[in-house]
Design a protein around this ligand. Structure first.
Ligand code: UD1
Length: 378
């Protein structure tokens, strides 16, 4: 599919923008806002696959991020990878056939991203992938499979860092399809930073700014295997002897936490504090005034880089090398000794540089590309 053959003359570009899971919402929000500013040029429909359905993983973001409510909800819910991917595909195909979009826009690397891209391309509809080209080179991560395959079938590939553009070119993707635009997730962070500060999250959680660590864990490799999780809790125990640890618990992690005797002991001692998943603004506020953030998330590595807060990534790889090269991120793995060493280094680290184009203007650059598709300017 050549995207220029899909671009219409004389009517708005008909788009479906896909959201499915928590990290998608903050990526689509600034793009939807920018498309809205050019309402005559775009007819954008937001489709929620329903991969995430808990109010704390989904609704709260629509409320906080000024995203229009989804026009379509496929309500697919949870399941195995095959079930979930297949459910999204089966539910999305009739929407594509009925709405006949010119372009399907997908973001990130979740199952919904790949499922919708696959449906669109088989229906001969052009696909735009925002956050293309990131590679951990770890094919045991479901997200890596989703990234590689989505990029192979995308017609427009928008990248957040130069290394991602290089990865795409090395995989044989035509350079004309690749656009280095910066980071839409950072657009959202900068847009909401002041509101997040006004919430005074640290005080609301009963901790002093700079005197707590913030922890998130949800990768299957970290939370599905009790032995790995036990090692992580041992590391958290060492850090918790120095600073209290706040831990908003993702639903997939809940059972493992409840079965962990180390976690129970730390909670009992008041050194580890567990919470339900948090809203965007209160979490952003907590990140900004944390002494250190420990995480296995991708997006949080990027957000802490911009906030200048030290980040320890509890994985052996990162698909976001700019957060290490320029930012505050250390990839420390899951060994308790290595995590404790990383923590000590983090306490003395100083703020680093901002990666190129992580400046709040990424969504505008995405939309500029869409406005200038060949047949639109012809
Ligand atoms: C998904 C993404 C991951 C992303 C993460 C952010 C994939 C392969 N993974 O992982 O890249 O970082 O979202 O959160 O797409 N659950 C609920 N309520 C919900 C959704 C899920 O309780 O609203 C529970 C269910 O038990 C479910 C489990 O969480 O089985 C996992 O959900 P799923 O969407 O499969 O993956 P995540 O781990 O959330």
């Amino acid at each position: 599919m050549r995207v220029d053959s899909a671009a219409p003359r004389g009517r708005p570009l008909r788009m479906l923008s896909i959201v499915g899971a928590r990290p998608n919402f903050m990526k689509v929000a600034p793009i939807a806002r920018e498309l809205q500013r050019h309402a005559g040029a775009f007819d954008n429909t937001i489709v929620h696959t329903g991969q995430h359905y808990d109010s704390k993983l989904s609704d709260v973001f629509f409320d906080e991020l000024d995203i229009p409510r989804p026009d379509v909800n496929l309500n697919v819910g949870s399941g195995s990878h095959a079930q979930q991917t297949a459910a999204v595909m089966s539910a999305f195909e009739p929407i594509v056939l009925e709405r006949a979009p010119d372009l399907v826009l997908v973001v990130g690397d979740v199952n919904s991203t790949l499922a919708c891209a696959l449906v669109a391309t088989k229906c001969r509809v052009a696909v735009a992938h925002v956050e293309a080209g990131l590679r951990s080179r770890d094919r045991a991560m479901p997200e890596e499979i989703n990234r590689v395959l989505t990029d192979q079938i995308s017609d427009l590939l928008f990248t957040t860092e130069r290394s991602a553009s290089e990865n795409l070119r090395a995989e044989g993707i035509d350079a004309e399809k690749i656009f280095f635009v910066g980071n839409v997730m950072i657009d959202t962070l900068l847009y909401h930073r002041d509101r997040a500060r006004e919430m005074q999250s640290a005080q609301r959680f009963g901790v002093c700014p700079g005197e707590y660590a913030l922890l998130t864990l949800h990768r299957p490799s970290n939370v599905d295997d009790p032995a790995v999780f036990a090692r992580l809790m041992e590391a958290i125990g060492r850090i918790a002897s120095d600073t209290v640890v706040l831990f908003p618990v993702h639903p997939r992690t809940r059972g493992t936490v409840e079965r962990s005797s180390t976690a129970a002991r730390l909670v009992e001692a008041g050194r580890l504090r567990l919470f339900e998943p948090l809203g965007y603004l209160e979490f952003l506020g907590l990140m900004e005034s944390a002494r250190v953030v420990l995480t296995d998330s991708g997006g949080i590595q990027e957000e802490t880089t911009i906030l200048g807060v030290p980040c320890l990534t509890l994985r052996t790889t990162t698909e976001r090398p700019a957060t290490v090269t320029f930012g505050t991120n250390q990839v420390v793995g899951t060994d308790p000794g290595a995590i404790a060493d990383g923590y000590r280094r983090a306490l003395t680290s100083t703020a680093r540089a901002v990666p190129e184009l992580w400046d709040g203007g990424a969504a505008k650059r995405v939309v500029d590309v869409l406005l200038n598709l060949p047949t639109r300017t012809a």
